[in-house]
Design a protein around this ligand. Structure first.
Ligand code: IFM
Length: 447
């Protein structure tokens, strides 16, 4: 469907290519050097919630192996590395004293990136909220907003002169809905009203922290990362089309319009009834802060159905190990839609902050990992992003999710998203075929 021969030179010279990870998924060292517990440390102890009953205590031992891992990143020839700070590693309780040893780790990491010519793309919140804040109500509690602003300002004060980019929150929809409505992610709460209040506090803390970090002189680019999918009807029925409108309103418009338009879509606000969030005067203006970029995490499209949930396997479609349809056209459609509907609302330049696929990779007898399906996935999605750019959308960068196989949340270590294979028993890293292809693509060598 797309031009499989897409090359780096088809993209602008200043387009940023990268790989991404997050703290909880790779660092391990769960209570090293004064780190406090996070809600994911706690959640992993709840019986039955993690598919393989694992946790993040060891993960990829990146806390110890960070220098080798950065060498690996640099060997790919990427421009940038997207990582997150573990809030409880730098502030054990989420308020009060900061942890010097925790900050020293991220100082080493950021300086290590710069020494290797990599632009640091920092995320402040990739889900690992300090447990001590959850004990006081977590993201449902308005006080957490100010704690986050204080934490963000301290990170910006220490690292803001060296990082290229600061993202406030990764995927607020996941934190709100999976963490507080379905409860399949930490902290495991099941209430729609709480989820909607949580989303409001995430938006508010995003806006207030960017304003505060800029006020103290931080010049890094600032924005947020949303997980978005184009939503399509499972069938042509009117009922399914209505299901699309609802899902799009709740999952895309609610998030994008709060941040870009400073308002919740009126129709969906009304439909929420008593679940609407408490919004204080000034909140909506505060969250609509101008952003330098909007990060988009794209994996697949969503099919909405008014009846039984759509079974992606029924159509004989190619799916990843997560059961997610491989659908590169979806990223083109999504980018075009955002451009069409929100350019007039100050849509900032877009960055694909995550895109990738899980497959059940193994190391073959020849010592290689033959992950051709992932290689094709990346190739087709590069071309699909390029197509949106050709049609006028400003996209400034693309990050593969993920550098390493890692702790995939409720799926534990069973799902492998890395372009680098990790043998968890030995911590041996092996570049998969997809990583070698990405490296060659970046070098401008034909595939
Ligand atoms: O692993 C996650 C990541 O932490 C957030 N975005 C989606 C990825 C794959 O599920």
């Amino acid at each position: 469907m797309f031009n499989a021969d897409i090359s780096r030179t088809a993209f602008p010279a200043n387009f940023i290519w990268g790989v991404a990870t997050s703290a909880f998924q790779i660092e391990g060292a769960a209570d090293a050097d004064g780190k406090g517990p996070s809600i994911w440390d706690d959640f992993c102890r709840v019986p039955g919630v993690i598919a393989d009953a694992s946790d993040g205590r060891q993960a990829c031992e990146h806390y110890q192996r960070w220098a080798d891992d950065l060498d690996l990143v640099a060997s790919l020839g990427v421009d940038a590395y997207r990582f997150s700070i573990s809030w409880p590693r730098v502030q054990a309780l989420g308020s009060g004293a900061f942890n010097e040893a925790g900050f020293a780790f991220y100082e080493r990491l950021v300086d290590g990136m710069l020494a290797r010519g990599l632009k640091p793309f920092l995320t402040l919140n990739h889900w690992d909220l300090p447990s001590a804040l959850q004990a006081k109500g977590g993201w449902e509690d308005r006080d957490t907003v100010q704690c986050f602003v204080d934490y963000a300002c301290e990170v910006a004060r220490r690292l803001g002169d060296r990082v290229a980019s600061i993202c406030t929150h990764n995927e607020p929809w996941v934190i709100a809905v999976l963490g507080h409505e379905s409860g399949i992610f930490a902290p495991g709460i099941k209430s729609r009203a709480v989820a909607i209040q949580v989303a409001h506090h995430l938006f508010l803390s995003h806006g207030l922290s960017i304003t505060a970090m800029r006020a103290q002189g931080c010049k890094a680019d600032m924005g947020i990362v949303l997980n978005l999918s184009p939503i399509e009807p499972a069938t042509d029925s009117d009922a399914d089309r209505e299901a699309v409108r609802q899902a799009d309103g709740n999952d895309l418009r609610w998030y994008v319009e709060a941040l870009l338009c400073g308002e919740y879509p009126a129709e969906f606000w009304t439909a929420m009834g008593t679940d609407v969030p408490t919004v204080l005067p000034g909140d909506m203006q505060a969250m609509r802060v101008p952003m330098d970029f909007l990060g988009i995490n794209y994996y697949t499209r969503v099919k909405a159905s008014a009846g039984a949930p759509y079974d992606v396997k029924s159509g004989g479609l190619e799916v990843t190990d997560m059961g997610w349809e491989v659908y590169p056209q979806g990223i083109t459609n999504l980018l075009l839609r955002l451009h069409r509907d929100y350019a007039a609302n100050g849509l900032p330049p877009l960055i694909i902050t995550e895109n990738g696929a899980a497959f059940a990779d193994t190391v073959s007898a020849d010592g290689q990992v033959h992950d051709e399906p992932r290689l094709r996935y990346l190739q087709d999605h590069f071309a699909a992003v390029h197509e949106a750019m050709r049609q006028g959308v400003q996209v400034d960068g693309y990050f593969v999710w993920s550098l390493l196989d890692n702790f995939e949340w409720a799926s534990g270590y069973e799902k492998r998203f890395g372009i680098v294979h990790v043998d968890y028993a030995t911590q041996q890293r092996t570049l998969k075929q997809s990583a070698l292809w990405y490296r060659d693509f970046l070098r401008g060598q034909p595939s």
